[in-house]
Ligand binder design. Structure first.
Ligand code: AMP
Length: 217
């Protein structure tokens, strides 16, 4: 199954993608996670991306497309994948179509939610610097010692999850990413879910969509 999880930051795409990637045994590909790894390793790409990311902007399309092309050519992507946080612009979506050719995307799940809820969710989000596991100070707080129960990594608040940058990320989303809803609707692969529901309900909505897509393919 070749899927895209689309939606503003903080809508729960990452949480759902992690759970469903485990359940269906297909990789979750998060361009944000790949970029954070590059930043952490201090690579040339990481150094270029860091400033843009800290300010909540978008890393240039050509860099992102090269990164995705490399990742999708790896053997674990043969059986399918969930793209999380990519594409984020029309240029990226068109570039992805070129990369995939006949093996096009089968489903795009749009996570719908009010921006006020998103702001609250993002500013209360905490993540593990090593494995990317996410926590929420209100609904799913991390252990008091801030050590990840999954991998032993340190749990932190991402710089770009701080209140100052969140509004900018949402503005960028509206301007650059929201037009993708129409783009995929026209291709008849768009499904919308109410991402303000409890995590388990969102998950079961997505599982229903997964079943439908896998029966059709
Ligand atoms: P995320 O973890 O998906 O919220 O991504 C964190 C940051 O990485 C974003 O705010 C962007 O600066 C950058 N980023 C991640 N994915 C992309 C993408 N597909 N295109 C451009 N920039 C991206």
């Amino acid at each position: 199954m070749r899927l895209i999880f689309l939606g503003a930051p903080g809508t729960g795409k990452g949480t759902q993608a992690t759970a469903l990637s485990d359940k269906y045994d297909i990789p979750q590909i998060s361009t944000g996670d790949i970029l954070r790894k590059e930043v952490k390793q201090g690579t040339e790409l990481g150094q270029k991306a860091k400033n843009v990311m800290d300010q909540g902007g978008l890393v240039p399309d050509d860099i992102i497309l090269k990164m995705i092309q490399t990742r999708l050519s790896e053997p674990d992507c043969q059986k399918g994948y969930i793209l999380d946080g990519f594409p984020r612009t029309i240029t990226q979506a068109e570039g992805l179509d070129d990369i995939l050719g006949q093996k096009s995307i089968q489903g795009v799940i749009q996570f719908d939610i009010d921006h006020e809820i998103v702001i609250e969710r993002i500013t209360s989000r905490r993540v593990c610097v090593d494995c990317g596991a996410t926590f929420n100070m209100i609904t799913d707080p991390p252990p008091a010692n801030k050590v990840c129960p999954r991998c032993g990594g340190k749990i932190i608040q991402r710089d770009d999850d701080k209140k100052e940058t969140v509004q900018n990320r949402l503005d960028v989303y509206e301007e650059k990413t929201a037009p993708l809803v129409d783009y995929y609707d026209k291709k008849n692969v768009l499904y919308r879910i109410d991402a303000a529901q409890p995590v388990q309900d969102v998950r079961s909505n997505i599982e229903t969509i997964f079943e439908k897509i896998s029966q059709e393919s």
